[in-house]
Design a binder for this molecule. Structure first.
Ligand code: GLY
Length: 402
């Protein structure tokens, strides 16, 4: 299903079709970005009353997030938004709400509530690592280290990967790694930095090398998931889970790759990670509809196929992280930055949900799980998070919680 691709450059990238148009585009002004940021903060304020003791569900229903407890893979995105809002505004109300929530992350890890998966980085980097970095909360640091220990237990030494899902004895999930895990690895690197124990970083080093080798295809698209033999360590096969087909390219997976390889590069300085991210970014940018907001699978490039605004928001952060790590004279660096800025402006202009009732999401037209028809054409919590992260990256010098 992967489309025939044009010849690759020496750096392994396709020619960037949008490059000249992006470089010629007048940059979005600071006033416009500040206005979009203010609109996002207004929506967070409206939701604080419902979502301090409770959390938004992963995706909205008719635009409104149901309230849930701390039990999903996505809870960290809301707490992370509160930390970002605190940094962007200096307002104590966001910090106070985030601190209430951080306590629930400790209960969750102590009581082992739905932590039998690799998404501990999404959960604990954005909540507890952020609390440690921003306000020196030592209890939050220790909680995040507990999460890193659990994540390390999922490392399969023969395969050299962190298993994504399920009990480690479940044959259906044995040896499955997924591209999304790139964003869980910073928790392991951070744990090595904080404790001085190299084992966390060694596991992350091995996983990212296996992901680069097996999840990224020669044409710079990605498998969503890839199975390794957990006993022999041999590669088995690529499979999709949320994409259109095993050989198509699930857009959010590509966005996790664009953003995750350069985030890992912050800890494991390796130019190959940046080269990979650039290849993935170019593949992604070459398959966008005219408004730069991707369809849910990159095999589709426009109507009638649903957009995934959440993948566009992740990709915008990834493009900014990539541009930061590229040499100033890289031929596509300015275009990657311009694409990130243009994406954020489009999302803030044409994809913001109206203020609505308490609980209403921020970004319209996201897709959670198309094959299961869950969260289709809805707000997705990670989309809201990465949209705000992109706005913060664009408007201030920001140190990631990752
Ligand atoms: N990490 C799960 C998702 O992106 O839906």
């Amino acid at each position: 299903m992967t489309q025939a691709s044009p010849p690759l450059s020496a750096a392994g990238r396709e020619p960037l079709r949008l490059g000249p148009a992006l470089r010629a585009r007048p940059p979005t002004g600071r006033d416009r970005l500040d206005a979009i940021l203010a609109a996002v903060l207004e929506r967070i304020d409206r939701n604080l009353a419902v979502f301090t003791d409770a959390f938004p569900a992963p995706s909205s229903v008719d635009g409104v997030y149901p309230a849930i407890d701390n039990s999903e893979w996505t809870n960290g995105f809301w707490t992370g938004m509160l930390w970002l809002a605190y940094e962007a505004s200096g307002q104590a109300r966001y910090r106070q709400a985030a601190e209430v929530q951080v306590k629930t992350f400790k209960r969750r890890i102590d009581d082992r509530i739905n932590v039998d998966h690799h998404d501990l980085g999404f959960l604990y980097s954005l909540s507890c690592v952020a609390a440690w970095k921003l306000i020196g909360d030592a209890c939050a640091r220790d909680t995040a280290l507990q999460a890193a220990d659990l994540l390390l237990e999922r490392y399969l030494p023969a395969a050299g990967i962190i298993q994504a899902w399920g009990d480690l004895s479940d044959p259906a999930q044995a040896g499955r790694m997924i591209i999304d895990c790139n964003l869980n690895l910073p928790l392991l690197y951070w744990a090595s930095q904080v404790t001085g124990d190299p084992d966390y970083a060694r596991a992350a080093d091995s996983h990212i090398a296996q992901a680069a080798r097996y999840i990224v295809r020669p044409d710079s698209s990605t498998f969503h998931t890839f199975f390794m033999d957990p006993v022999t360590g041999a590669p088995r096969e690529g499979k999709t889970h949320q994409g259109f087909s095993d050989d198509s390219c699930w857009t959010r997976g590509q966005a996790w790759g664009i953003s995750g390889f350069p985030l890992v590069h912050r800890y494991k300085a390796d130019p190959d990670l940046i080269a990979l991210s650039a290849r993935l970014a170019t593949y992604y940018l070459n398959r966008l509809p005219d408004d730069l907001v991707c369809c849910w699978d990159l095999v589709f490039t426009g109507p009638p196929h649903e957009r995934d605004s959440s993948a566009a928001a992740i990709a915008a952060c990834g493009l900014l992280e990539l541009a930061r790590a590229l040499p100033l004279l890289d031929p596509d660096r300015a275009a990657y930055e311009a694409a990130a800025l243009a994406t954020v402006e489009t999302l803030g202009t044409r994809y913001l949900l109206p203020l609505g009732e308490p609980g209403t999401g921020i970004l319209a037209h996201g897709v959670y799980h198309m094959p299961n028809r869950v969260g289709v054409d809805e707000a997705c919590l990670w989309g809201d998070y990465f949209f705000l992260e992109a706005l913060v990256r664009l408007t201030r010098a920001w140190e990631p919680y990752w």
